[in-house]
Design a protein around this ligand. Sequence first.
Ligand SMILES: NC(=O)C1=CN([C@@H]2O[C@H](COP(=O)(O)OP(=O)(O)OC[C@H]3O[C@@H](n4cnc5c(N)ncnc54)[C@H](O)[C@@H]3O)[C@@H](O)[C@H]2O)[C@H](O)CC1
Ligand SMILES: [K+]
Length: 557
Amino acid sequence: MKTLYTAAQMRQMDREAMAAPYGLSPTVLMENAGAAVIAKGAAYVGGWNRKRVTILCGKGNNGGDGLVAARHALAAGAQVYVYIWGDETTYSPESREHLQTLRAMADGKTCVLAETPGALPDLAMLRRHIESSQVVVDALVGTGFHGALREPTATVVRLVGKCIRTTASPVVLAVDMPSGVDADTGAVSGDDPETGAITATATITFGAYKRGLFQYPGKICAGEVLRDPIGMPFPVLQRTAGTVTYMVEAADVAARLSLRSPNGHKGMHGTVGIVGGSESMSGAALLAACGAVRSGAGKVCLRVPAKVAPACMGKYTEVMAAGAGTGGHFTEADVQTVCEEARNWSVLALGPGLGRYAETQAFVRQVLQRAALPVVLDADGLYHVQAAQDIFQQRAYPVILTPHLGEFSRLTGCSVAAIQADSVGTVQAFARSRGVYVLLKGTPTYIVSPTGQTVYVNETGNAGMSCGGMGDVLTGIVAAMWVRETHPAPAEAAFMAAYLHGAAGDRCVRTIGSYGYTPEELAKAVPQAIRELERQAADRYREMVPSSHFEDQGGGE
Ligand SMILES: NC(=O)C1=CN([C@@H]2O[C@H](COP(=O)(O)OP(=O)(O)OC[C@H]3O[C@@H](n4cnc5c(N)ncnc54)[C@H](O)[C@@H]3O)[C@@H](O)[C@H]2O)[C@H](O)CC1
Ligand SMILES: [K+]
């Protein structure tokens, strides 16, 4: 897993690297950072020799990195135009050192240094330079940026954006962070990512990955993200305090999808009970059932209101579908039946397609209070507990909530915009206060446990998945992952499910098209997504083990 950090955590690592026993000097770290931009950026630029490069330097250490990058670009044969307009007395000692060196190298030809202390740079000249450059290096602000961009940086960012969109199309390399993107939240300055932040071809980030590089809209601005450790001691980069955010990767899921016992039986792979559906929405519960089947659940039982049952019975022969009660939606009268049946289930997925009937509210709440098994609560199930969230803490068995942004907004009382501005913080606070696991669906998806200390981020998936029914399939996958033979912890089950759901969607893009594939098709692609992960894991194993290990020991001549 990639570990993602906040700006504060990164600053702490910086301090540790510079303190005893390591005692790395800030000048060295800055030197390594600037050099990394040029070394890692070379692939995007097609080599630096004879390239014209505009380098925009802010007054913080991000700008200092830019000054170093200028020197290394020059050494690699580029012609550089370096802009810097801060008041030198406010620079860090290491930035000042690197500025002095660059000043000594400025010859007005291969190295043009445009210094306008405390004033707006010459915008007409800057525009000409950007338009004639093949590369722009953005070293305006990095992890020290917060809020909305102030002048003159805001004007420069807008100018770069305009030049890139209209006349010139240079490669843009962002130093540590694209300027204007908040390193903790991925929020951009102002409302419009196109004018509020630099949109880079690639970002070369230092030390550790910053969270904001993987959160929208910052993720769009970052382009490809490359990390360079810049010589920071390994133990410092590994140390974590406070919240730890992990980006789930293929290997993390593959490692947990161990092969099934060859002599296993269906009882070992869990029984998933799905309770959902109503007269107006029978499909949602069916899709959840399909998601569970396709994710390898040992048995899948579907309970829908009696009137809906005939429509559900024959859809998936492998699902044990049955009606409950007499009506077209669940009511308090069905609680006893469902809770009794749930004794035979390993997990209950409650909610898809229940509808928002007043009578169903008591049903949902009482099932949650009485059913003695883990629950995945989704969709209308979430709706019915909005005003009774203390139910969660009263339960002896864990609950995973799988809201989308709208549902999460209703649960928390926070606006969608407020959640987006600090998704990690909001999900953490909610999971802690309610004692639940939360899988917040979106791009990316966040998974948080009730302790709130560890946050998993999943990036798989695509825009084709934004259609009705996809979330229902996910509910079934989460339930099936949770009751696997290996008994993953709830948060693990949730991140495995989120990853596989997205990976199956990505497979659909490859085999069907960018959008228009159905939730059922996505569910059917889950086994292929699992197979792909198994293959990747096997390949990695082969790479690690000497080839002689695979030779047929007894078959030689
Ligand atoms: N280990 C590492 O990662 C290293 C990182 N380095 C680089 O240092 C920056 C962080 O440097 P810092 O001086 O703390 O902050 P910034 O340069 O990012 O920004 C501070 C600078 O920006 C101004 N500012 C803040 N907010 C705004 C705003 N809203 N509008 C305009 N200007 C703003 C503020 O006034 C300051 O002047 C990190 O990203 C790396 O690039 C080290 O060089 C090596 C070690
Ligand atoms: K930057």
